[in-house]
Design a protein around this ligand. Structure first.
Ligand code: KG4
Ligand code: ZN
Length: 332
């Protein structure tokens, strides 16, 4: 079975074809970063309009790259949520309509399920059950994954998600959008030890995350600097990155010890962060736990994870009727 996957939940247009026997055949991504950069964040209406412009050419490109004709596609999977409603509607309308025109089934996919399962596209992939640290722009969760659709949320963000904390902290340091990767790059120039920020909610038991206080702490520190230079900015970026990553590592360790799981998966956009990957790899070695990551390109939003999750959903018998589905808020 060959599945065309379509992702348009936020500011990336992603398309891919996954083949049940041959794996990922082709994938393409169009990032809207340049479009939104002047506004310091994603402008939903601009995002929707750009998905309209990009999606059909990207689908043609992916079919050409995979040397497939439209009749070679057996099903269409599209992201139905969570995400920006206008952006979701573009992918849902196009995906559902193509499936109807091609007389093939369509399946709607949960964006976070796509992130959770993206690691299965790698050669170094876990088997069920595993613990996932799911950290993106809208989520910070620890999830016990026992199988497709068998997800138990062990910990959740009670305020800002990890990616949101990266983005907001980057903004207050004057780094613009997209904040996370820019802050991470700047932190590489930072000198360790000059600033130290708290590791929120690690002193009490539990697996929930809270990062908004950390952001405020950074803001107060930054504003207290008299005429700060570039090195100070980098040092603060590094101290923030260390604090947020340490916090995630402490919670991962706790969750691994509580569940007895021996495999840890890092998923979602923040999973592209090099320091996070390094710190969790070290933690895994210490605990005797295997650690798995998607390649950085498949940590952030992409069509491949939607094609793959859609493929598994179709195998499990999921199909949608002729309506198209878009749910901006949708718990996993
Ligand atoms: O998964 P994703 O692409 O979209 C959502 O589903 O939200 O995640 C985007 C988030 C953004 O907040 C972005 O700043 C963050 O992932 N991110 C990073 C890095 N790359 C992306 N955060 C820290 N370090 C990075 N290298
Ligand atoms: Zn995402």
């Amino acid at each position: 079975m060959r599945v065309l996957g379509i992702e348009t939940s936020c500011d990336e247009t992603g398309v891919a074809v996954y083949d049940g026997e041959r794996g990922l055949l082709a994938h393409a991504l169009f990032s809207q970063v340049e479009l939104h950069a002047p506004y310091g964040g994603v402008v939903p209406e601009l995002a929707s309009r750009d998905h309209v412009r990009r999606l059909l050419p990207l689908i043609s490109q992916v079919l050409a790259d995979a040397q497939l004709r439209k009749q070679d596609i057996d099903a269409v999977a599209y992201t139905a949520g969570p995400g920006l409603i206008g952006a979701l509607l573009v992918g849902a309308a196009v995906g559902r309509s193509l499936a109807w025109a091609w007389q093939k089934p369509a399946v709607s996919v949960h964006h976070m399920e796509g992130h959770l399962l993206a690691v299965m596209l790698e050669t170094h992939a876990p088997s069920f059950p595993f613990l996932a640290l799911l950290v993106s722009g809208g989520h910070s969760q620890l999830v016990r994954v026992d199988g497709l659709g068998q997800y138990e949320i062990l910990g959740d963000s009670i305020d800002d998600a990890a990616g949101e904390a990266f983005d907001k902290t980057a903004k207050l340091l004057g780094l613009g959008y997209p904040g996370g990767p820019v802050l991470a790059r700047l932190a590489e120039q930072g000198q360790a030890g000059r600033f130290h920020f708290p590791r929120p909610m690690t002193q009490r038991p539990g697996l929930d995350f809270s990062f908004s206080g950390l952001k405020t702490f950074v803001m107060n520190t930054w504003q207290a600097q008299v005429d700060p230079d570039e090195q100070t900015r980098a040092d603060i970026a590094l101290a923030f990155e260390e604090a947020i990553i340490d916090t995630m590592a402490i919670k991962c360790q706790r969750a691994l010890q509580q569940t007895g799981l021996t495999q840890l998966v890092i998923a979602g956009g923040v999973g592209a962060n090099r320091r996070l990957r390094a710190v969790l790899t070290t933690l895994g070695t210490t605990l005797g736990v295997q650690v798995f990551y998607p390649r950085p390109l498949f940590c952030t939003d992409n069509g491949a994870m939607i094609a793959y999750a859609g493929y598994l959903r179709l195998l499990a018998g999921d199909r949608q009727d002729l309506a198209f589905y878009a749910r901006p808020r949708w718990p996993i």
